[in-house]
Design a protein around this ligand. Structure first.
Ligand code: IFM
Length: 465
């Protein structure tokens, strides 16, 4: 892609409302490295990634992108791209090495320096308190299956707000509680690697409870731009056979509605609560919990990657499943091209999702907190990284956001996943989602073509072109 090609974007029709936020996102364990530095305590992802057989070729986040030491360079890249915002997460065990108790000032100072650097560069910090790296000490006491973890999360949120509330305007409690609960405690594909429906159902509820407690506390401390990020996957039945239709209902319930509805309506969907109870894993709701969980938020973070088609099968699939009571449901292979994650590409599903969310929660502004794709990126002989598939994915999905806005959906921002290639959890460094290529041997950063395209879109938006 040459600069002339990039300038040829005028035909894309990508016009966003004034003030629209454009950013990129990362997460602590995926980029920071420095796991033994400055008093950081271990998290469940240290334990999991160091357990043989859990991640691709035994990859760990020990070094990752070494962002802990290289953040000034990374912030310079953000400035060069013209990002107006940067979404990052805090490693709880850097700040509270045991999850609770003494604060590690050196860990807190790292985030202070990062925030200062961002502000200096004119990039607004969007802070996520929890992106999956639970302190191991709390897991040893039961993790998210234990109700007390919700209270510990709120305490940690308070520590962070006291330290950074004066300089960080945008706060988010959790990233994708679906993954923390159902991938971590049901499918066992993520830390802590358990396969227990009762623990999984408890983790769902306690994550949401932690979100509500933290939201209330931060609000009392003065936060006025508070949200949560949920990951949504539209689910369709493979056929109109009632068994397939019911499979799609169940998975839509556990993937999408089970997390959204308690927050925006103050109740779990009745059918989902019944499914979980029938599977012997009832949601452990106590009096008053749903009032806490539905503490008002100011915005909803939406992560979207792909749509799923599902069908019912007569025998259990025998594969680890994130779905409670979903042993007889399987995914249908996506049609057409897939990313290297094996995910289908469906920009129209994105518009459909956004209009649906707007119908369910009409007054709630939406921010796309993650969207992106993984491809086999290499640094070419010309020293550049040509990633036409990611460019196309980006343009198509931005167009879907524009479509949704034109249909009246209140979308206020878009964060690309991810700023740079990083540790893709159980898939290790095998999957590259970045706008910026990272050579993990040298830590050299190289802007991909998609980064240049994104920068050009942002420039045109800023200039009102
Ligand atoms: O890398 C992850 C991120 O941590 C959470 N959302 C999905 C991304 C791609 O799998």
């Amino acid at each position: 892609m040459t600069s002339t090609d990039v300038r040829g974007l005028s035909g894309t029709g990508l016009t966003f409302p004034p003030g629209f936020t454009f950013g990129a996102a990362t997460a602590s364990y995926q980029i920071e490295g420095a796991v033994d530095v400055d008093g950081r305590g271990p998290s469940i992802w240290d334990t999991f990634s160091h357990t043989p057989g859990k991640t691709f070729e035994g990859h760990t986040g020990d070094v990752a992108c070494d962002h802990y030491h290289r953040f000034p360079e990374d912030v310079s890249l953000m400035k060069e791209l013209g990002l107006s915002a940067y979404r990052f997460s805090v490693a709880w065990s850097r700040v509270l090495p045991e999850g609770a108790g003494p604060v590690e000032q050196r860990g807190l100072d790292f985030y202070r320096r990062l925030v200062d650097e961002l502000l200096e560069a004119g990039v607004a910090p969007w802070l996520t308190l929890y992106h999956w790296d639970l302190p191991q000490t709390l897991q040893d006491r039961g993790g998210w299956a234990d109700r007390d973890t919700a209270a510990r999360f709120a305490d940690y949120a308070g520590v962070m707000y006291d330290a950074l509330g004066d300089r960080v305007p945008h706060w988010s409690t959790l990233n994708e509680p679906m993954c923390s609960s159902l991938l971590g405690y049901m499918a066992g594909q993520h830390a802590p690697g358990h396969r227990d429906p009762v623990e999984a159902s408890r983790a769902v509820h306690h994550l949401l409870l932690g979100h509500g407690l933290a939201t209330g506390l931060l609000r009392d401390k003065g936060a006025d731009h508070l949200g949560i990020t949920l990951n949504f996957t539209p689910m369709s039945p493979a056929t109109d056979d009632p068994a397939d239709v019911d499979a799609a209902r169940r998975l839509d319930g556990q993937q999408n509605r089970m997390f959204l509805e308690p927050i925006v309506t103050g109740a779990y969907p009745v059918d989902v609560a019944e499914d979980l109870a029938a599977a012997g894993a009832p949601l452990p709701v106590e009096d008053g919990d749903l009032e806490v969980i539905s503490t008002p938020i100011d915005w909803l973070g939406v992560n979207y990657y792909f749509e799923s088609t599902v069908r019912a099968v007569t025998e259990p699939t025998g594969k680890p499943s994130p779905w409670i009571g979903g042993e007889r449901i399987e995914d249908v292979e996506p049609e057409g091209a897939t990313t290297t994650m094996g995910w289908g590409i469906s920009p129209s599903g994105f518009t459909g999702l956004l209009t649906r969310l707007h119908r369910i929660a009409p007054g709630l502004p939406l921010f796309i907190t993650e969207n992106g794709s993984a491809w086999n990126d290499v640094v070419d002989d010309d020293g550049q990284v040509h990633d036409p598939e990611r460019v196309e994915y980006l343009l198509q999905h931005l167009a879907s956001v524009v479509d949704a806005i034109e249909q009246g959906v209140d979308v206020r921002g878009y964060f690309a996943w991810s700023l740079m290639d990083n540790f893709e959890w159980a898939r290790g460094y095998d999957q590259r989602f970045g706008l910026v290529h990272v050579d993990y041997r040298t830590q050299q950063r190289t802007l991909k073509d998609s980064a240049r395209v994104y920068a050009e879109i942002l420039r045109r938006h800023r200039d009102g072109a």
